[in-house]
Write a protein that binds this ligand. Structure first.
Ligand SMILES: NC(=O)c1ccc[n+]([C@@H]2O[C@H](COP(=O)([O-])OP(=O)(O)OC[C@H]3O[C@@H](n4cnc5c(N)ncnc54)[C@H](OP(=O)(O)O)[C@@H]3O)[C@@H](O)[C@H]2O)c1
Length: 375
């Protein structure tokens, strides 16, 4: 039995993680569940999965029988726990992820912001303390799956992007797109923040940064190609010219289950299958930089390193929230992030305190620019 902790259990990835647990009830012991504000759903999950520890932003009164409140950092290091699923959204996942790695745990990491903002620190913790990051995000998971059994002769990573809902929208109309339109992703159903990041392609740049750190591949050897069907989740080209692609339906249950059971693969009726009994095609096209300015901005911040990607991630989190609240337009997301990055004095080799300080400064500055109250 695998003893697991799920941080962010009420979100899109968290709920799908518990769907996998539900499909294999004899394989998992859910030791702890953490959520933010959705106490009602957390309580339903507690009744079903009977964790011993819970976290949410305001504790339910009374606490469900047999449970105690515990911080996410404490959950991440619980003795006897085999795997910590970090399905949180944004920077809040950094500290529990780091703690889990420092205590030598397997971390199934869907929460991409921590690795964007502090990739070097997470990799150092992994190397020093024997913890391991298992990618859950579908593109890094695809690369990870392609690398199984290989001797690491990687020529290039090719990350696929659906292009989001505005791949064909006239450029002059982008300024006026609404949150409702931006939340209509053509192929994936996800939480709000990542859906907006997918529409700006900020999310794709985050995956480039993630892949650089996870697979130690130089920036110039990571390419992105638009693939509207989202059937190929990413590809790896090897030194001999051979290319391996990982394909599957656009369902996060597949990469979640792969990380939970790694390296085993089990049938699960809840995971849809590719239908090759109907005509189908795989299309590819180059990315249009003028349509997706966030992409180049974010990759440059990743390449600059130090506190630049921390500031990128923090400013983007605020800018997306401001867009969803109607404070700025869709193209304003780029402008807010660009201004905060421009104003920031990058620190080259930040320790955790410097990363935290950069994160807080960027959140406050982005809030000021976007007209949101500071946290
Ligand atoms: N969804 C996908 O298909 C997908 C695919 C690839 C990668 N990812 C990545 O996976 C991560 C999660 O994405 P998601 O779409 O599942 O997000 P989501 O639906 O917004 O869920 C986020 C989860 O984090 C919890 N949370 C947020 N702030 C918190 C806080 N301060 N303290 C404790 N819990 C907090 C939320 O709790 P409440 O809801 O209870 O407030 C919720 O359980 C993101 O980094 C995303 O980029 C997602």
């Amino acid at each position: 039995m695998r003893r697991i902790v799920v941080l962010g259990s009420t979100g899109s990835i968290g709920r799908q993680t518990l769907d996998i647990v539900r499909a294999f009830p004899d394989e998992f012991d859910v030791v702890a569940l953490a959520a933010g504000n959705n106490v009602e759903l957390l309580l339903e999950q507690v009744a079903e999965f009977q964790p011993r520890y819970i976290w949410c932003n305001s504790p339910p009164v009374p606490l469900p029988k047999g449970t105690a409140m515990m911080s996410m950092e404490e959950m991440a290091v619980l003795p006897g726990v085999d795997q910590v699923m970090v399905a949180l959204m944004g920077a809040v996942g950094l500290s529990p992820t780091l703690e889990a790695l420092k205590s030598g745990k397997q971390v199934a990491l869907s929460n991409k912001e921590p690795i964007v903002m502090a990739g070097a620190a997470l990799k150092a913790a992994e190397a020093e303390h024997g913890g391991v990051i298992l990618p859950v995000d579908s593109e890094p998971s695809a690369i990870w799956q392609c690398l199984q059994g290989e001797d690491n002769h990687i020529r290039r990573l090719m990350i696929t992007a659906s292009g989001g809902p505005f791949r064909r929208t006239p450029l002059e109309d982008l300024e006026s797109v609404t949150p409702e339109q931006a939340l209509q992703h053509p192929t994936w159903r996800m939480g709000d923040k990542i859906t907006i990041d997918s529409a700006t392609l900020m999310n794709k740049a985050f995956e480039v940064i993630e892949s650089h750190w996870l697979f130690s591949v130089p920036w110039e050897d990571i390419a992105v190609v638009v693939h509207p069907q989202s059937t190929i989740h990413s590809m790896v080209e090897f030194d001999d010219g051979s290319v391996k692609a990982q394909m599957g339906p656009p369902s996060m249950r597949l990469p979640i289950q792969y990380a939970l059971f790694y390296p085993q693969r089990f049938a699960n009726a809840e995971i849809p299958r590719l239908d090759i009994g109907v005509p189908w095609s795989l299309d590819f096209e180059p990315l249009e930089p003028e349509r997706f300015p966030c992409f180049d901005l974010a990759v440059s911040a990743g390449q600059m390193g130090g506190t630049a990607p921390t500031v990128l991630s923090a400013a983007d989190e605020v800018a997306v929230a401001a867009f969803l609240q109607g404070k700025i337009g869709f193209t304003g997301i780029y402008r807010v992030v660009e201004q905060v990055l421009t104003e920031h004095d990058v620190q080259s080799h930040p320790d955790l305190d410097a990363i935290t300080a950069a994160d807080q400064w960027a959140s406050a500055r982005a809030s000021e620019i976007a007209g949101l109250p500071a946290n």
